[in-house]
Design a binder for this molecule. Structure first.
Ligand code: BES
Ligand code: MN
Ligand code: ZN
Length: 507
C-alpha cells in the first residue's frame, strides 16, 4: 500500500473509494463528511435518519455511488467510518478506524482510495500525530503472514488497496501530515519486521538466522553490529547463557547492535535487551505438548529489540542505543544441562538451575551482565518470561518491573503513545526471598506464588543499581486481535514503544 498526502477536497478525488467519518450522535454531518453528503444527494444523512449509520466505533458503511450516479462525483464508493463518541476518541481510535477501513478496502478489491485524516477535524487531535496513527493502523491492520500457504490462499488480493491518499483541505497542515505519514511508516515497518521474525517457524528462524536478520537491519540502517560466538561468550564468563544452549544442535549467537546518536557522550545511552529463545521446549524440564508450537515466539523480545533498531536508525534520536539479544534454542538432549546443575553467570554469581524451563532469566542474566560491563546507564529488557504474567494481566498490558521510577514512567508513557499498554508490577522484598538457593547464590525458580515477580527479581539481581525496566510480554507478543491494528498472531509488541522511548530520551 502506497501512502500519500494530497491537498484538496475529498469529494473531488478521482479514486475507487473515498473514506469519510462520523462521530456517534451526529445526525447532520459537517466538514468533509457534510460536503460529501451534499455531493451524493444527502445519502449519508438519510442513512443516519434511517438508523443504518450510527457512528459507533468500528462501524463501516459502504455506499455504492458507482462512479456515475451523481454528476461531478467520481468515486465508485463512499465509505463512512464510525468513530464512536468524541470524548473517548484518541490516537488509538485513529489506529483502529484506519485498520478496520484498510481491511474493508482490501476485501472490496479497491485499487485506489482517499481518506480524510480521522481525528484531525472536529476530533481536535494534532494533525501530524493523526496522520502517523492512520499510517500505522493501515499498515499494521493489513498485516498477514502467508508466505507458507501454497493453497487455501485468502479470497482477496493482499496488495489492495494499492494507493491510499490522505486528503486535507488546509495547505498549511500538509508538511505536518507528510512528516506524520513518514514516521508512521517507519514505526509500522519496524513492527512488521518484528512480527515476521516471531511468525517464522523455529526450523527456519534459529539463532543463526536471527543474527542474519539483525545483520541485514544493521547494514540497511548503517548501525554497527557484532555477533559473539559460543567461544566468545564462554571467554566472557557467560555460564548462564551458554548453559541454556548446551542441549541444542543450533549454535548460539549473541547479537549486539550499536547506534551512535550521541557519540561525544557515551554515557547518554539506552541498552535494549531482548530475550532470544528461538524455540523453548523447556529443555530437560520438558514442556507439555499442548501449544508448545507457540514457543517459536519465545524470541519476541529479541525480535522487538532488533526491529526497534530499524526504526531508531531511521529516526535518529540524540542518544546511543545498544540492542542485545542472547539468542539460543532451549532443547533437551544428551548435552543439555540438568535440573540441579550450578552455573556461573558473567560477573561471578552462581545459579542453581532448578528448572531448565526457566531459561529466559538465565540468558538475560548474562545479556544484562554484558550491558553493564560495557557501561550501560539505562537497561530495558523485554522477554516472554513467564506464564504467570498471562494469569496476572491477560493481553491488556505488558507487565513492567523496575528499580527506577523515572525510567519505568518513561516506558509506560511511550507505550501509551503507541497503543501498547504497560502496567507496573511490584518488586516486593517478600517475593524476592523465593529465589534463595540451598547451594548457590540464587536459584532460577521461585515457586508458583507471584511467578512473574520472582522472575523479575532474579533479573534484577543482575541489573544491580543500574536504572532498569523489565517488560514481561508473554501475554502481549501474540494474540487474537486484541487491538484492531493487531490481526491474529504476532503483534510486534513492544517494538513501537521502544522506538518511541528512544525518541523521548534522545530529543
Ligand atoms: N517462555 C516461557 C514463558 C511463556 C509461557 C511464554 C507461556 C509465553 C507463553 C518461559 O521460558 C517459561 O517456561 N517459564 C516458566 C517458568 C517456570 C519454570 C518457573 C513458566 O512460566 O512456567
Ligand atoms: Mn521456558
Ligand atoms: Zn522461555
Amino acid at each position: 500500500m502506497e501512502l500519500s498526502v494530497v491537498v484538496g477536497d475529498i469529494a473531488g478525488q478521482a479514486v475507487d473509494a473515498i473514506v469519510v467519518n462520523l462521530f456517534k450522535g451526529v445526525d447532520s454531518p459537517g466538514g468533509a463528511t457534510g460536503a460529501v453528503d451534499g455531493a451524493i444527494g444527502g445519502a449519508i444523512s438519510r442513512l443516519i435518519a434511517a438508523g443504518e449509520i450510527k457512528g459507533g466505533r468500528g462501524e463501516v458503511t459502504v455506499i455504492h455511488t458507482l462512479g456515475d450516479a451523481y454528476p461531478g462525483f467520481a468515486p465508485d464508493r463512499v465509505i463512512v467510518a464510525g468513530l464512536g463518541s468524541p470524548e473517548e476518541f484518541d490516537l488509538d481510535g485513529v489506529r483502529s478506524v484506519s485498520a478496520v477501513v484498510a481491511r474493508r478496502l482490501r476485501s472490496l478489491n479497491v485499487d485506489s482510495a482517499a481518506t480524510i485524516v480521522h481525528g484531525a477535524g472536529i476530533g481536535g487531535l494534532d494533525a501530524g500525530l493523526c496522520a502517523e496513527a492512520l499510517a500505522e493502523g493501515a499498515i499494521l491492520g493489513s498485516y498477514r503472514f502467508d508466505k507458507y500457504r501454497t493453497s487455501s490462499k485468502p479470497s482477496f488480493d493482499e496488495t489492495k488497496p494499492k494507493t491510499l491518499a490522505l486528503v486535507e483541505q488546509d495547505a498549511t497542515k500538509i508538511s505536518a501530515l507528510e512528516a506524520g505519514v513518514a514516521r508512521g511508516q517507519v514505526f509500522a515497518s519496524a513492527s512488521v519486521a518484528a512480527r515476521d521474525m516471531v511468525s517464522e517457524p523455529a526450523n527456519v528462524l534459529h539463532p543463526t538466522r536471527l543474527a542474519e536478520i539483525a545483520n541485514e537491519i544493521a547494514t540497511e540502517g548503517g548501525v554497527d553490529i557484532e555477533i559473539l560466538e559460543r567461544a566468545d561468550c564462554e571467554a566472557l564468563g557467560m555460564g548462564a547463557y551458554v548453559g541454556v544452549a548446551l542441549g541444542s544442535h543450533q549454535p548460539p549467537k549473541f547479537i549486539h547492535m550499536t547506534y551512535e546518536g550521541d557519540p561525544g557522550n557515551p554515557d547518554n545511552n539506552l541498552w535494549i535487551v531482548g530475550k532470544g529463545i528461538t524455540f523453548d521446549s523447556g529443555g530437560i524440564s520438558l514442556k507439555a505438548g499442548a501449544n508448545m508450537g507457540a514457543m517459536k515466539g519465545d524470541m519476541s523480545g529479541g525480535a522487538a529489540a532488533i526491529a526497534a533498531m530499524q526504526g531508531i536508525a531511521a529516526l535518529k534520536p540524540t542518544l546511543n542505543v545498544h540492542v542485545v539479544c542472547a539468542a539460543t534454542e532451549n532443547m533437551p538432549g544428551g548435552g543439555a544441562q540438568r535440573p540441579g546443575d550450578v552455573v556461573i553467570a558473567m560477573g561471578g554469581k552462581s545459579i542453581e538451575v532448578d528448572n531448565t524451563d526457566a531459561e529466559g532469566r538465565l540468558t538475560l542474566a548474562d545479556a544484562i551482565g554484558f550491558a553493564r560491563s560495557k557501561g550501560a546507564k539505562r537497561v530495558v529488557d523485554i522477554a516472554t518470561l513467564t506464564g504467570a504474567i498471562i494469569v496476572a494481566l491477560g493481553s491488556g498490558h505488558s507487565g513492567a518491573f523496575s528499580n527506577d521510577d523515572e525510567l519505568v514512567g518513561q516506558v509506560i508513557a511511550a507505550g501509551a503513545k503507541r497503543g501498547e499498554p504497560v502496567w507496573r508490577m511490584p518488586l516486593d522484598p517478600i517475593t524476592k526471598k523465593q529465589n534463595k538457593s540451598d547451594i548457590a547464590d540464587l536459584k532460577n525458580t521461585g515457586g508458583r506464588a507471584a511467578g512473574s515477580i520472582a522472575a523479575a527479581h532474579f533479573i534484577g539481581e543482575f541489573a544491580g543499581d543500574t536504572p532498569w525496566v523489565h517488560l514481561d510480554i508473554a501475554a502481549t507478543n501474540m494474540g487474537r486481535s486484541v487491538h484492531d491494528w493487531e490481526p491474529d498472531g504476532a503483534t510486534g509488541v513492544p517494538t513501537r514503544t521502544l522506538i518511541q522511548l528512544a525518541l523521548d530520551l534522545g530529543s
